[in-house]
Design a protein around this ligand. Structure first.
Ligand SMILES: *Cc1c(COP(=O)(O)O)cnc(C)c1O
Length: 525
């Protein structure tokens, strides 16, 4: 055994010995008569690209995207049906039934234990401290005592359900002291935390494995996708155990578009909101008579000590709110996820917290994808704090930024367009998407003035007059001339088109009148 190379010598002998099942997937331009597939797409044929062909075990384009997302080489990734599958595959690759074991630090994510039990592996526990911090000495002692046959240490950071992160020193010490054992850090909630990921430490420690999921921060729980990130030799062994076709094509499509460059800015804006909601909810819950303690959290949930549990549960049930309870394992505690601001307000009310009655933010989110452009827009009419624009056209970014700033609304807009041809599609499509997002945010337009008229805006060398009617009927008039054909990479002739497109999807009449437009003589200052 010992003359085998690591990590083969810590894998189950059967896994080390057999040769992997030859998955046939991944259609190419070749004539595929090798996998008994149907030659036709399933009906209805449109839009079912490649559904009749087996996918690759690790779809290449998606793997490349995830490698980029996590900043690692593709050989360091195993993509599976959620981080859950990575946990299962780790157990099945390394733990011999009735012989090997794993270490967990309860209270923690339950699936480590579930998988260990299914696999017939032993479970060694090194419980967290009373305040739920990780107890480094306790873990070290337990690993030393159980070293024979101990294959995997599962650490969860931020920990589910307590929300706290592990001290870097503990992970480093474990990796150094026990190079034969896999030290797995489950980072399902890393995106919500300000702690750096442990991925970067993998350059130094070959036994460090990191788990990430697209279920939480990237809103893909129903799609099932997550990764193990590890030494390529560990990954190679795991790929022998992973089923041949774990990533259905619709999953690949869904993940790819949810991680498109433009969608990333929406995720970023949402994360900012999510974290600020975590702070707001925690603060508000201090005023609840049901809550005696709120544990600090680096994740998108809060663990609470509660009192008068029956009355609280009754109230939550009445409002149809589900929270997580733990029965005898964690009596008197509940875990509550951070939802949207509106959802959180409903939950706070059930906790008996008087929150200033606030109307929910008027937001609109539009994703628009065509052959020419891929656009994500998020507007928040009631919170101007987040504005981030990247269209690829500098002057256009500046224009839209000015629009958000002077309009007093938050705007996240990103676009990947066919700029190698020219800016036309990008400019028009962004305006179309922005108009649609604004319309969505305005909703039924309750409480706002329909007309915004007679604004006179002076600039250095010109003045503009704009009138808007949110009538629902698109119309646009533009009077004005441009002294130059281009402003940077923005073609001046596109300016009327911007407002035309905006008017179209916003459902507004927009009239613009610009005079001046050249250096005026005698202006005098
Ligand atoms: C949610 C969760 C997972 C599972 O993630 P999937 O990718 O949806 O399987 C893994 N680990 C922890 C700690 C979680 O809370």
């Amino acid at each position: 055994m010992t003359n085998l190379q690591w990590p083969i010598r810590i894998a189950r002998p059967a896994i080390a010995e057999f040769s992997a099942y030859a998955a046939r997937g991944g259609a190419t331009v070749a004539l595929h008569l090798d996998a008994n597939e149907a030659p036709w797409a399933p009906p209805p044929v449109l839009g079912a690209d490649g559904y009749n062909r087996y996918p690759a075990q690790q779809p290449k384009a998606l793997l490349a995207r995830l490698a980029d997302l996590y900043g690692v080489a593709e050989q360091r990734l195993m993509l599976g049906r959620g981080a859950d599958e990575a946990i299962e595959v780790l157990l099945r690759t390394f733990c011999e039934a009735g012989q090997d074991s794993v270490l967990i630090c309860p209270p923690t994510f339950g699936y480590y234990e579930t998988c260990a039990r299914i696999q017939g592996a032993g479970i060694i526990e090194a419980p967290l401290n009373d305040d739920f911090s990780y107890n480094g000495e306790r873990i070290m002692a337990a690993v030393r005592a159980g070293q024979e046959g101990l294959k995997i240490v599962f650490l969860c950071s931020p920990n589910n359900p307590s929300g706290n992160s592990i001290d870097l020193k503990i992970v480093v010490e474990l990796c150094q002291e026990f190079p034969e054992i896999l030290i797995v850090v489950d980072e399902a909630y890393n995106e919500f935390s300000d702690q750096p990921s442990f991925i970067d430490l993998q350059d130094e420690y070959q036994n460090l494995v990191v788990l990430r999921t697209l279920s939480k921060a990237y809103a893909l729980a129903g799609v099932r996708a997550g990764v193990a990130i590890a030494d390529p030799r560990v990954i190679a062994l795991m790929l022998k155990v992973l089923p041949p076709y774990p990533i259905p094509r619709p999953v690949e499509d869904a993940v790819t578009s949810a991680l498109s460059p433009s969608a990333m800015m929406v995720h970023e804006a949402r994360l900012t909101l999510w974290k600020s909601e975590r702070v707001r909810v925690a603060k508000a819950l201090k005023g609840s008579r049901f809550v005696t303690k709120i544990y600090p959290s680096d994740a998108n949930f809060l663990l609470l000590d509660i009192t008068d549990e029956q009355a609280l549960m009754k109230g939550l049930r009445k409002s149809q709110i589900r929270i997580r309870r733990y029965g005898k394992t964690l009596p008197g505690k509940i875990r509550i996820s951070i939802g949207s601001p509106e959802e959180n307000d409903i939950a706070l009310a059930a906790f008996g917290v008087a929150i200033a009655s606030q109307t929910p933010d008027r937001t609109g989110e539009v994703h628009r994808k065509t052959k020419e452009t891929d656009i994500a827009v998020r507007v928040n009419l009631d919170d101007p704090s987040i504005t981030k624009i990247a269209t690829g056209i500098g002057f256009y970014d500046h224009m839209l930024e000015a629009l958000a700033k002077h309009g007093g609304f938050g705007l996240v807009l990103s676009c990947k367009g066919d700029l190698h041809i020219d800016g036309h599609h990008t400019i028009e499509d962004c305006a179309l998407a922005l108009g649609a997002a604004l319309k969505q945010a305005l909703g039924n337009k309750q409480g706002i003035g329909r007309f915004g008229a007679a604004m006179l805006i002076p600039m250095d060398e010109a003045q503009a007059q704009v009138a808007i009617d949110l009538s629902g009927r698109p119309a646009m008039g533009f009077v004005g001339e441009f002294p130059t054909e281009r402003v940077g990479d923005f073609a001046s002739e596109m300016c009327p088109h911007v407002f035309e497109s905006l008017a179209q999807t916003l459902g507004a009449a927009i009239q613009i009148n610009v005079t001046g437009g050249g250096p005026r003589t005698g202006a005098g200052f």
